[in-house]
Design a protein. Structure first.
Length: 108
């Protein structure tokens, strides 16, 4: 039997690498909860052009879990990795800005 080592993917989706691409722009697909030994959240997004979309996944952390909690399937999202930051207690964490499409009302 031949074996293939799987790296950087969960359920067939690529895991977004913040070290090589600091900005993700896409459409929110879903959130999986309780994944892995730390019961983490895994967020799925469609990225790419209209004809060449692919689904990628992003591991949650305290910052992302808080900022992505209200998003629904189909929402347009932009996530920017700001780098490592220190908490008030001195712990390092990955910091992010999260943006959503401005759905301003259209005047009649």
């Amino acid at each position: 039997m031949a074996w293939k080592k799987l790296e950087g993917s969960v359920s067939g989706n690529d895991i977004w690498d913040w070290n090589t691409q600091d900005t993700l722009e896409g459409e929110f697909v879903k959130k999986d909860s309780g994944i892995g030994p730390h019961a983490s959240n895994l967020y799925h997004f469609l990225v790419g052009g209209t004809n060449e979309q692919e689904e990628v996944a992003v591991w949650g952390n305290t910052v992302l879990d808080s900022r992505l909690s209200e998003f629904q399937h189909g929402d347009k999202i932009k996530i920017v990795f700001l780098g490592m930051a220190k908490s008030k207690r001195g712990n390092e964490f990955k910091n992010f800005d999260v943006f959503t499409e401005d759905k301003a009302p259209v005047p009649f």
